[in-house]
Design a protein around this ligand. Structure first.
Ligand code: FAD
Length: 280
């Protein structure tokens, strides 16, 4: 097996809000180093709300020995602000970035910023920094919720890739066919970069429904029904979640997915449970 055929596992974190959360994050990250992630990534509050937190968390994770990639979104930002952020990461030796449009939080006003779409951000990063950064972009097997059609959404994804992305991470989903269908359609349009499925562990019923409503990910009826019946029985939800998501991961890897990107929610328990159950 050469490096390209080994599934690339990666982990996503968000910037902790306080010292206690920071300590939990470091503990979780240390535990998850057992997975030997190819890289870890740190989310960015669109509009710049976590700018310092993202950079600090990237530094913390790099100090643990991880190749860490900040997420960067262009919505609400000027070219000068983006240039400054990219330069700061370059100065620290960061070589990866996850390039997004982002969604402005409600209440942040209507200033959309100087770049409209993630494609424009990818173009900007390439124009400003050449090949310095390995650029990941987002992909939506079940279509981006604001998109008018599956066809248009795919074309926008292809344009974003052609602007200079090296790899893509998907929004999470629970139906493996949606991923395989997306990859097939992307490849038919000439996309050759790895499209890595984003994996959301199931640990909390109401949180899962809330996230899924926001990002347009479908939670199948049978999963919703099972979770509803467990009520407050957290242990059963966790066990069920690990079983369901491990099966999904197995199907994805067996079907040729180039790796898995775990949305850790800064906790090691569920990703490690899935990892161990996968036995890879
Ligand atoms: P784009 O690729 O720009 O697409 C956004 C929408 O615009 C789509 O509907 C697309 O079809 C449409 N579109 C694109 N180009 C055109 C065009 N030329 N004309 C018309 N329509 C067009 N959000 C954060 O705020 N911070 C994060 O850290 C973060 N991390 C994420 C990580 C991953 C792996 C994923 C999947 C999502 C993440 N998000 C994050 C959420 C993301 O910012 C939102 O989903 C956002 O709404 C879209 O971002 P994008 O980069 O996919 O946008």
């Amino acid at each position: 097996m050469n490096d390209h055929t080994i599934p690339a596992f990666s982990l996503e974190f968000f910037p902790p809000r306080d010292l206690a959360a920071q300590e939990r994050l470091v503990r979780a990250a240390k535990q998850m180093l057992a997975i030997q992630p190819r890289y870890v990534s740190v989310t960015f509050g669109a509009g710049g709300s976590t700018r310092a937190g993202t950079a600090d968390t990237v530094r913390t994770l790099r100090n643990l020995g991880c190749d860490a990639a900040p997420h960067l979104s262009c919505v609400g930002a000027s070219r000068d602000q983006l240039r400054e952020i990219l330069q700061a990461y370059r100065d620290e030796g960061v070589r990866r970035v996850v390039a997004l449009r982002g969604d402005l939080p409600s209440g942040m006003g209507g200033d959309a910023g100087e770049l409209r779409y993630a494609r424009d951000l990818v173009e900007f990063i390439r124009a400003e920094t050449g090949d310095w950064f390995h650029i990941e972009v987002a992909a939506y097997p079940e279509m981006h919720p604001q998109s008018g059609s599956v066809k248009a959404d795919m074309q926008h994804f292809v344009d974003k890739v052609n602007a200079g992305a090296d790899a893509a991470i998907t929004q999470y989903f629970f139906n493996a066919d949606s991923y395989f269908d997306f990859v097939d359609r992307a490849q038919e349009k000439g996309v050759t970069i790895p499209i890595v499925p984003g994996i959301m562990p199931i640990t909390n019923h109401s949180q899962l429904l809330r996230f899924s409503e926001m990002c347009g990910a479908e939670v199948p009826r049978w999963i919703r029904l099972r979770l509803a019946e467990y009520g407050d029985d957290k242990a059963s939800i966790r066990a069920f979640g690990i079983e369901v998501v491990t099966r999904l991961c197995e199907t994805l890897l067996d079907g040729g997915a180039p790796g898995l990107h775990f949305y850790t929610l800064n906790s090691a328990e569920a990703p490690m449970g899935i990892w161990k159950a996968l036995g890879r």
